[in-house]
Ligand binder design. Sequence first.
Ligand SMILES: [Zn+2]
Length: 122
Amino acid sequence: MKHRYDLLLILLLLAAAGVLFFLLRPGSAGQYVLVTADGTEVGRYPLDEDRTVTIGEEDYNVLEIRDGAAAVTEANCGDHTCVRTGKIRRSGETIICLPHHLVVKIIGGGGETADAVSGGIS
Ligand SMILES: [Zn+2]
């Protein structure tokens, strides 16, 4: 009998943790991809809408937002560090293109709280 109650308690705790994780999950609604060049905002896109944006003309970076993650998939900068950074999806993560003075940053969606809670996960 006692064992059965323990199991119930564990299930309840797991359910509570699951709900909490879902609520604070990075990538939840409300997150944005903020793009700045030379410290000036040049674009702001919802992270939950797939799109591909080309930033700049002669010096360009192709920003791809897909499946709740943002990545620079193509650029004509010298080092391609921005392309090699790969995908970012958590609030506070950045892709930086030094040659183009470009910063792509994830903002919103619970911010520091989500980071603190999910720090050890994945
Ligand atoms: Zn670059």
